[in-house]
Write a protein that binds this ligand. Sequence first.
Ligand SMILES: Nc1ncnc2c1ncn2[C@@H]1O[C@H](COP(=O)(O)OP(=O)(O)OP(=O)(O)O)[C@@H](O)[C@H]1O
Ligand SMILES: [Mg+2]
Length: 368
Amino acid sequence: MTTDAPRLEIKDICCAFDGRRVVDNVSLRINRGQVTCLLGPSGCGKSTTLRVIAGVEMQDSGEIYVDGKLICDTAHRVPPERREIGLMFQDFALFPHLSVADNVGFGLKTGGKAERRARIEELLERVDLKRFIDGFPHQLSGGEQQRVALARALAPKPKIMLMDEPFSGLDNRLRDGIRDETLTILKEQDTAVLLVTHEPEEAMRMADEIALMRDGRIVQQGAPYNVYTRPMDRAAVAFFSDANVIAAEVNGALARTPFGSFLAPGVPDGTPVDIVFRPQHLRIDFDRAGQGPKPTASDGTAVRALVERSRFMGNESLVEFRLDHDGSVLKSTVPNVFLPKPGTVMWLTIRRDRCFIFPVSERTDKGT
Ligand SMILES: Nc1ncnc2c1ncn2[C@@H]1O[C@H](COP(=O)(O)OP(=O)(O)OP(=O)(O)O)[C@@H](O)[C@H]1O
Ligand SMILES: [Mg+2]
């Protein structure tokens, strides 16, 4: 009966501090070998959710199941050390008086001495630290200590791994390798992983599923492709990239803007909307004796703008434009090197098939 159950399931978890709900009815299901990323702004309740699952924080209501078995509700509670949950938190700490090998072996309760030593060696090899096996934490750099903590968390083959920004202290070059290796180990072990990250790229790279969290709630959840291409609102677009926003109002199922009209089917007349699109979907054309490109039905109308700033970002260039008609700024990313001088006149169109139109309940100037 329990084999079909998700490895980890949490149902309607609520947790409040001083009367303020920090985790608000959060439910999640994570299968064996699946990675779910919890992505959201600072303070939205990500770490608290992980702490509740780990058992170091007590929820006010809601249940936690592992392989279909209830391990915690408000009446019944398996203590943290018996949950078979591995933890890798932001504030990891190694035991300073134990060697690297003993730190990694700390959670290994079973097996003979040789078997344990072999497991420790294997893990240190995989995080590229075998040479430090008999060293002590104070002899290691911060990033190296973090990798030891990672090996320590992986060693007992936990059923569930909770990771709170576990790769944040590693430099870029190391991070990709360690991240992929960690993921391979966790998948091999059929571990269900709940990973907190601030970085959308990390989430896209690692996650089978992304759960967007805001103000204690999960507001959208799905495969990275779906969450990226069908964001629920403007803030969900902005989680993954810069977002350009044009304000408009709907009339006759069309949102009219200087860039032409955008289809807004089903949106009542008079509704204010945000037309939101990513910088890679702003098209740029050169000025041709005071003219832009000839408008086509699918491209709408070209709008005149001046280059405000150009920056080279490595894989792409970021160009900011100030629009003639209202002085607002739109951002564009262009593959490779494209660095027009500030003040250059250009003409902009928007890829209509890549725009999102969101009704706005109340028009404010501040973005989210
Ligand atoms: N033990 C506590 N007592 C009181 N308030 C708390 C406690 N733990 C967390 N909070 C509050 O709960 C809110 C959510 O905190 P949490 O650490 O879960 O956020 P987070 O999403 O992990 O943020 P970050 O990305 O900055 O780590 C914050 O406003 C925080 O101040
Ligand atoms: Mg946190």
